[in-house]
Design a protein around this ligand. Structure first.
Ligand code: CP
Length: 327
């Protein structure tokens, strides 16, 4: 097994293999079947930055394959807070684990950690840089949602909205979309929070069309996928600086029905900011059938189970290790 640090390591064949294994995980994720294929294996789940979905779904994914999870949460609870390097930390923790999932506030920190690790390391988000497993679950969701309506990724139009500078999920997702043909991008953000040039270059080099704007209304009418993001306030120098942008682009039922196609799929990596004047995705869309945000989170379990099975080389042995569900 090798590390999963960036979507740039993946090609279309690799992505399709991940999706195929992810689909096979459905009966286990739904607890209709049980497998103990990872019996005896230990996941080191290292989250040096807050997380709900990524940390818990990595843990549950490993548990659902029969493995055990060893958690480290917060820099303050680890000896990183005493000045220990990522390299030394990795050398030590990798002998306690068979695979490591890691999130950290600094760009490229997970790569630095992986250099010291003797076991595969999966990037659960490295600062503003990348979030490859989120992008895979997003792409898997996009494919499923579009296929349900007879559409496909090639030829689709995606509008990405919000903090495209610090939002690592859109950096990774844009690169994955570069593997497909004829995708149109509308990038909607305040000018100061625009998509980084190196991502724009990748999109342009893939031959995709890009529209860049700081206006939400009037730029959503072509979108098959509307991908909203939160202002990543933890990356700003101060709260005041972040507050300038919070609540700037808000989607609610009224704006959606006025400005989007009737089959526009609404996505968001979550968490969304539910605080007054900040929420970018209003609760009045919660029961809308095109709101895919919780289907994204559910798909995260399938994708992470698939990544563990592939990384540890047990994807062909799932059925062989099935056992009864006793509860
Ligand atoms: N989407 C995502 O990464 O959520 P968490 O920060 O809760 O893990």
């Amino acid at each position: 097994g090798s590390h999963i640090l960036s979507v740039n390591q993946l090609n279309l064949d690799a992505v399709q293999e991940i999706f195929s294994v992810a689909s096979r995980m459905t009966p286990y994720a739904l607890r209709r079947k049980r497998t103990t294929v990872l019996d005896g294996a230990i996941l080191g789940n290292l989250f040096f930055e807050p997380s709900t979905r990524t940390r818990v779904s990595f843990g549950s994914a490993f548990n659902l394959l029969g493995g055990k999870v060893n958690e480290t949460v917060g820099i303050g609870t680890s000896s990183l807070s005493k000045g220990e390097s990522l390299y030394d930390t990795a050398r030590v923790l990798s002998s306690y684990s068979d695979v490591i999932a890691m999130r950290h506030p600094d760009a490229y920190s997970v790569r630095e950690f992986a250099e010291g690790s003797r076991v595969p390391v999966i990037n659960g988000g490295d600062g503003p840089n990348e979030h490859p497993t989120q992008a895979l679950l997003d792409l898997f969701t996009i494919q499923k949602e579009l296929a349900a309506g007879g559409r496909s990724i090639s030829g689709m139009h995606i509008a990405m909205v919000g903090d495209l500078k610090f939002g690592r999920t859109v950096h990774s997702l844009s690169r994955l979309l570069c593997m497909y043909k004829d995708v149109s991008f509308t990038l909607i953000s305040p000018k100061e929070l625009a998509m980084p040039d190196y991502v724009i270059d990748d999109i342009e080099n893939a031959g995709h069309k890009i529209t860049i704007t700081d206006q939400l209304e009037g730029n959503l009418d072509q979108a098959d996928i509307l991908y909203l993001t939160r202002i990543q306030e933890e990356r700003f120098p101060s709260q005041e600086e972040a507050n300038k942008y919070r609540g700037k682009f808000r989607l609610n039922h009224n704006i959606y029905t006025q400005h989007c196609k009737s089959n526009t799929v609404i996505m968001h990596p979550l968490p969304r900011d539910s605080r007054e004047q900040a929420n970018e995705l209003d609760n009045d869309l919660n029961s809308h059938p095109n709101l895919a945000i919780f289907r994204q989170a559910d798909n995260g379990l399938l994708i992470r189970m698939a990544l563990f099975a592939l990384t540890l080389g047990v994807d062909s042995q799932l059925e062989q290790h099935e056992c009864p569900v006793n509860w």
